[in-house]
Design a protein around this ligand. Structure first.
Ligand SMILES: [Zn+2]
Ligand SMILES: [Zn+2]
Length: 913
């Protein structure tokens, strides 16, 4: 039995409580989908949600934080997938415990608290712990004696357990440039019995060594430099601490087990699988790899789906699909051939739901998505696996060792067999897969299908420039400590001094007409794009003579405390120091506000009509339209679309008031506010509720909104479609754009009714009767055409030739279809019941078609209509066949038709016996 203070849940809570006692703010885990960060597929470390603070482009109300962050490492540089299940420690999904100082405490406190928590609270034996510090093997960066000194000062720390290592182990960098610094790690010696290399000759157990005896428990990163080039480090004015402790690992240590899968945060998942297979403990131990893969993957996809990442074909959705399918395949190895992952996921929700309530909220969505995906996989997998086995057999027979990339891609494209699965199967047969070739084939396919790059460049290149500018302006008393004042909700017009004009990345005193500039003012009401809402546009003009004007086209926030208006000088010579008035284009803004509030109403109605699973997965709020992406597995019926549109318009007519309030995130969530997928929220959030006293909609949102829903006017859905598997997209218009749309449609309707000489109200009946008339006319025309053709044909029957006693007719008929030709052949055979051959041809859209027939008595004499029609069709690039007495053919090239028909008499002569 695990003592109550060492259960996984308790260990997590103890960590957070310990740092809360040291005045750290508990910050809930951010989503697995990084908010606003296009460079990352998944949140892969605790620092992801704080990255912008280190870069200086974001600020928080707190300077100390602690959290347990959900992480995924499954693609890209940090890819542990191959090891997952094969050992005791690697995971796709894991939790990272961390404490943080943003320009607050530094090495002394970080080291002291880490030591206290490990040795006093958790009572790990002091003599088993080691600390590593940084010493540059290149001698370019200062040795971290400060950290070493604090380690030596800890009670019970053995002096010989403080060690120095080089850049690979003990220096941390975010990228080629930017914040960086030395790190210090705590390792634990678990004892010789934990060494997995005891029988390797010459093996020595050591910290940062090869075996499993020493475990790295905790990494403390001290961010004290800014790297500006390969050889230049500048000290940072504000130094930060960023620590990370793998949750699964500390739990395994404190619970005294040699595998993460034996802890109480994973073992119960293996137990569920064992119940399903009915295995004995011995059988489970023998098959431990599939057990571990299933436990890991089931946990990962449960968390992914809760964060809105459902199985699909591209990007994150692909990863989710791949993990589900990989788990399903390993289930197959255990004899589980029916969907079973929902049962494992249910256990995940039970184990983790208290700390991660999103799991409980999305339980139904999670379980349904898993089962559906397993069913989908089962439908395609048999074909794909059989095909793969055949390919591998052939390769082995040919003595090859690698499956070509295009073939692996084809298995994916045709059978939905993910590369990772193909690789698993190939590896089990000692074959490799050409993964570069796979990616090339995939890229080629993507380019061919018009899909672009998913992930773009990382921003923030000019953050240092603006940070310096901010410091200068603060020193000069022109900007307060928290920088530019921002209130897009109330200030549509502000007056102030032009603090800076930035042109091509540097500050200039004056700009010229035509210049592209960024204007910095002490206050602004121009909206900085976020949460899908686009930037405001407008103008900045001088207050006094000489006059100048800048047209504002964009707004951005290049660094914390700095907001600039981006635009072009239209006239005059704007100078730094001039007084100016900045005006937001108010009517355009009003259009944006209508669309933003309408998108909240739409979200609400989608959930009402489709169900709770229909959650926002992206949005665009522009002046002319709104676009709303949401999770739903299939297209909406026209009834559902109508119901959603009607619901939104009813909410508009109800003229609900909007109430905007600020409150702590946890409180808002507890009150039922919808926190949107992929968004980043600070500690205090802006809460938008619509409707009173009964709340109709409740969302966290920083956008600008109308005061009452009636301001929206009218809401019309323009289109509904899919963007990715499991994601639907609705585009809609409101207010002016909706009115313009209605106006255009009415105008078209009026024009159409004028043309039809009727009233708009009668137009449908009128069109229906016109269509009926048209149908009757068509029928009449085709009847007449047939009659005409048959009259023409009867004339031709008088001009048959006779060869060796056989009556022969070949003819090309205009404007005839296959039916008419068959009728003509019947007429011919009636007229010449004996000793007769006929070949008719017609050409439609440049393609010839043929029919050949002959009287029954010629068949015993060696003639065959099928062979005859083939003979004629061959020079036309076609083929055909049929009965001995009647056959048909088609061709591609009509230019040889006359010649081919002219050869028929000879054919008859040659074949007739
Ligand atoms: Zn060892
Ligand atoms: Zn919003």
């Amino acid at each position: 039995m695990i003592p109550p203070e060492y259960t996984g849940a308790k260990i997590r809570q103890t960590f957070i409580d310990f740092f809360a006692e040291h005045r750290h703010t508990f910050v809930p885990s951010s989503s697995l989908v990084p908010g606003g960060d296009q460079t990352l597929l998944f949140t892969n470390a605790g620092m992801v949600q704080f990255k912008d603070i280190f870069l200086g482009t974001d600020k928080r109300d707190y300077t100390r934080a602690a959290n347990s962050q959900k992480c995924m490492r499954v693609a890209g540089k940090h890819n542990d997938l191959d090891d997952v299940g094969r050992d005791d420690t690697h995971h796709t999904f894991f939790e990272m415990l961390g404490n943080w100082s943003f320009g607050d405490y530094y090495k002394k406190e970080a080291i002291t608290w880490a030591w206290q928590l490990l040795t006093e609270v958790w009572k790990l034996p002091r003599q088993s712990l080691y600390a590593t510090c940084f010493e540059d093997e290149k001698g370019q960066i200062e040795r971290d004696d400060e950290a070493a000194q604090w380690w030596h000062a800890q009670p019970g720390m053995l002096p010989e357990h403080v060690l120095f290592y080089g850049r690979k182990d003990n220096f941390w960098e975010m990228a080629d440039t930017g914040p960086c610094g030395p790190c210090s790690e705590i390792h634990m010696d678990r004892g010789l019995e934990f060494c997995n290399m005891q029988d390797v000759p010459g093996h020595v157990c050591e910290v940062n060594g090869d075996c499993t005896r020493f475990l790295e428990l905790w990494n403390l990163v001290f961010i004290q430099y800014n790297r500006t080039g390969p050889y230049s480090l500048e000290p940072l004015p504000a130094r930060h601490v960023d620590t990370g402790m793998g949750f699964e690992r500390i739990v395994s240590v404190l619970q005294g087990v040699d595998s993460n899968y034996k802890t109480d945060i994973l073992a119960p998942l293996l137990d569920v699988v064992q119940e399903l297979t009915g295995h004995t403990d011995e059988q489970r131990a023998a098959d431990i790899t599939p057990y571990r893969v299933i436990a890991d993957h089931a946990r990962a996809c449960t968390f992914l789906i809760a964060d809105g990442v459902v199985p699909g074909n591209t990007g994150r959705n692909y990863v989710c699909r791949m993990i589900v399918r990989r788990a399903a395949r390993f289930g197959g190895k255990l004899g589980l051939h029916q969907p079973f992952l929902a049962q494992v996921a249910d256990k995940v929700i039970e184990l983790y739901g208290d700390f991660y309530p999103e799991l409980v909220r999305n339980r139904k969505t999670i379980l349904n998505n898993l089962t559906q995906e397993e069913e989908r996989f089962q439908r395609t997998v048999e074909g794909g696996m059989a095909k793969l086995e055949t390919l591998l057999e052939r390769l082995k027979a040919e003595g090859q060792v690698t499956l070509p990339g295009e073939q692996a891609f084809e298995l994916y494209a045709t059978y939905g067999l993910p590369l990772e699965l193909t690789r698993d199967v190939a590896r089990e047969q000692n074959l490799a897969v050409d993964e570069d070739g796979f990616r090339q084939a995939m890229d080629a396919h993507r380019r061919a299908s018009g899909a672009g790059e998913t992930f773009g460049e990382m921003g923030g290149e000019d953050a240092p420039f603006y940070r310096d500018l901010l410091i200068d302006l603060q020193k000069a008393g022109k900007l307060p400590a928290d920088g530019v004042a921002y209130n897009p909700y109330q200030w549509l017009e502000v007056e102030g001094e032009v603090l800076a004009i930035v042109k091509q990345g540097s500050a200039v005193d004056q700009a010229q007409p035509g210049d592209k500039v960024e204007i910095l003012l002490p206050e602004t009401g121009f909206y900085v794009p976020s949460g899908g809402q686009v930037a405001d546009t407008g103008s900045i003009v001088s207050v006094k003579e000489p006059r100048w004007e800048v047209r504002v086209e964009d707004v951005r926030k290049p660094a914390a405390g700095i907001i600039v208006q981006v635009g072009e000088v239209l006239s005059g010579l704007p100078r730094a120091g001039d007084m100016a008035i900045a005006r937001v284009d108010a009517s355009r803004r009003k259009d944006i506000m209508r669309n933003h509030t309408a998108s909240h109403l739409l979200h609400r109605e989608l959930q009402a009509v489709l169900g709770e699973h229909a959650r926002q997965a992206g949005s665009l709020v522009a002046p002319d339209r709104l676009r709303f992406d949401f999770t739903h597995p299939r297209g909406l019926t026209s009834e559902q679309l109508e119901a959603v549109e009607a619901g939104v318009n009813q909410a508009i007519l109800n003229n609900y008031p909007l109430k905007i309030s600020f409150k702590p995130l946890q409180k808002a969530i507890a009150e039922g506010a919808m926190a949107l997928f992929g968004e980043k929220y600070g500690e205090v959030v802006r809460n938008i509720t619509i409707g009173e006293p009964e709340i109709y909609s409740n969302e966290l949102c920083g956008g600008t909104h109308v005061d009452e829903t009636g301001d929206i006017g009218l809401f019309l859905i323009v289109s509904e479609g899919s963007t990715a598997a499991g994601i639907r997209r609705i585009e809609a218009v409101t207010g002016r754009a909706a009115y313009e749309l209605v106006q255009r449609r009415f105008k078209a309707l009026r024009m159409a009714s004028d043309l039809l000489e009727t009233s708009p109200g009668q137009i449908i009946e009128k069109v229906q009767s016109l269509l009926e008339e048209q149908y009757a006319d068509h029928k009449q025309i085709s009847l007449l055409r047939q009659k005409l053709a048959s009259v023409e044909f009867m004339e031709r029957l008088g001009s048959t030739e006779t060869i060796q006693g056989v009556t022969l007719l070949t003819a090309t008929l205009e404007d005839t279809d296959a039916d008419t030709m068959r009728q003509m052949v019947d007429q011919f055979r009636k007229r010449f019941p004996q000793n007769s051959v006929v070949v008719l041809a017609t050409v439609q859209d440049g393609r010839p078609s043929l029919i050949a027939a002959m009287s029954d008595d010629l068949v015993p004499r060696g003639l065959h209509a099928g062979e005859l029609v083939k003979f004629v069709a061959q020079p036309l690039g076609g083929s055909g066949g049929g009965r001995p007495t009647m056959a048909q053919a088609g061709g591609k090239d009509a230019s040889q038709l006359e010649q081919a028909l002219a050869a028929v008499p000879n054919w008859v002569v040659e074949h007739l016996r």
